[in-house]
Ligand binder design. Structure first.
Ligand code: FER
Length: 297
């Protein structure tokens, strides 16, 4: 009898351990920051491709340029989710590719099987006829054009991508993220159009970020609709108050989100790390209980 009880206990413990092991295996492992070499071109891996596209913007009444990164495994017979990735006040559609090398970061992430296959679209977020970053980038007309881009994105660019690429066109297959002015745009347009986006990321969001009460008028709805809400900033960035006030409000209102403050300023070191971390959370089941573990402090 004792022997039987022993066997029973032993098996119960073994089964429990097995479940614990499987659970831990399935449980999301998180990188606290991008590992060394994450942005260095690796040899011998399959790479994604970068297309240049032109789409007609009814918003600006002109043809506009954007870049599209398709993943290494890309095949037109699959359907892909899409990340729209936005630049800052001093940049244009080339800024991410030149300064942030998202194609290299993502190629490496694919090689390590850490991201879901997705298409990344890098538009020009200054929705006006003369949309270059030349001259006075703080010119009120140019700054206003970053707000106008909401209509260009929703009415012109997204429909163009959905007509011309094999993409999934539901909100859970759409992410919006950006750096600085693009971070503010992502919060403004993403949280303002919950029917269109389920993933929103802001890296060092700029003063164009709407006030928290305007961004999130209905915390319950925002909590329910969003899969991932990411805000990161360098601790030496003078724009950090815009992240901080948003985070504080979200915390007060119990809206699940990641607030990730890292050593650094207003630069691509922070934004590349942000892209690395955010992209690993996209288009897959995410356990919100990991959100609080992200903070480096
Ligand atoms: C400002 C300071 C910074 C501002 C915008 C920025 C519109 C944007 C910075 C960036 O995109 O890097 O006062 O006002």
């Amino acid at each position: 009898m004792n022997h039987l009880r022993y066997l029973f206990l032993k098996h119960t413990v073994l089964i429990l351990l097995t479940f614990l092991f499987i659970y831990k295996g399935f449980g999301q492992k998180i990188d606290k920051e991008a590992p060394l070499g994450f942005d260095q071109e690796r040899i011998g891996i399959v790479r994604g491709k970068i297309d240049t596209i032109s789409y007609f913007s009814t918003t600006v009444d002109t043809t506009r340029r954007a870049f599209v990164y398709t993943p290494p495994s890309y095949s037109a017979s699959n359907d892909y989710p899409v990340l729209y990735l936005l630049h800052g006040i001093g940049g244009d559609e080339e800024e991410w590719l030149k300064g942030g090398t998202p194609h290299i970061i993502l190629d490496n992430l694919y090689a390590d099987e850490k991201v879901e296959p997705m298409i990344v679209v890098m538009p020009n977020g200054r929705a006006m006829k003369e949309d270059s970053a030349m001259g006075n980038i703080m010119d009120p007309d140019k700054v206003e054009a970053f707000a106008t881009f909401e209509r260009d994105l929703l009415d012109d660019l997204i429909p163009f991508i959905e007509e011309n690429y094999p993409v999934l066109a539901d909100r859970e297959s759409r992410a919006l993220a950006g750096l600085s002015m693009g971070g503010g745009q992502s919060l403004n347009f993403g949280l303002g159009n919950l029917s269109e986006f389920a993933y929103v990321g802001a890296f060092s969001p700029a003063p164009n970020t709407k006030e928290p009460e305007i961004l999130v008028p209905d915390p319950e709805e925002t909590s329910e609709m969003l899969k991932v809400l990411w805000i990161s900033c360098g601790d030496e960035d003078r724009l950090i108050p815009f992240s901080e006030r948003t985070h504080t409000y979200l915390e007060q209102q119990e809206v699940p989100h990641i607030y990730y403050v890292e050593p650094g300023g207003h630069d691509f070191k922070v934004w590349k790390n942000g892209l690395y971390m955010f992209s690993t959370l996209l288009f897959k089941p995410v356990d919100p209980s990991i959100f609080k573990k992200y903070t480096l402090n």
